[in-house]
Design a protein. Structure first.
Length: 140
């Protein structure tokens, strides 16, 4: 069995950028295509882990039905940790959304775990957490 390949930083950043760009466009088809069907999702805004892509797709559909859409999403402070067979990508993400109740904005930390397969990189886990405000001891 051949050794798993280690993705390059550029490959990981391109895969992460594709996810961010699709999210920023509220393009669910393109966004979810970047995730494995068995991907898991942990969002601080949700009461429980989403155990597969289908669960997140259902939640996304509920958001859309409620008038939600992404206005902008930018990625900064990127960090890549590649290893044989995959990579961990972390960054700060600034997101603005519109909802039926108006607009909202978030600054969060995000981790995306990628698995390398024959077609490239596929996301297998996403985790969002709030970014502590400057001066907050948790920000240190």
């Amino acid at each position: 069995m051949p050794e798993p390949t280690t993705p390059t930083r550029e490959q990981v950043e391109a895969a992460a950028s594709a996810i961010v760009d699709a999210f920023a466009a509220t393009d669910g088809d393109r966004y979810f295509a970047a995730f494995s069907p068995d991907a898991t999702f942990v969002f601080h805004t949700e009461p429980a882990r989403l155990d597969d892509r289908a669960a997140y797709e259902r939640l996304w559909a509920e958001w859309l039905e409620g008038g939600w859409r992404v206005v902008s999403c930018t990625s900064t402070d990127r960090h890549v940790q590649a290893f044989p067979g995959g990579a961990v990508f972390t960054h700060t993400v600034d997101t603005s959304v519109e909802t039926a109740d108006g607009g909202d904005a978030y600054r969060e930390r995000e981790t995306i775990v990628f698995r390398a397969d024959a077609t490239g990189l596929v996301a297998v886990h996403e985790h969002l957490s709030p970014l502590p405000a400057a001066g907050d001891p948790a920000a240190a």
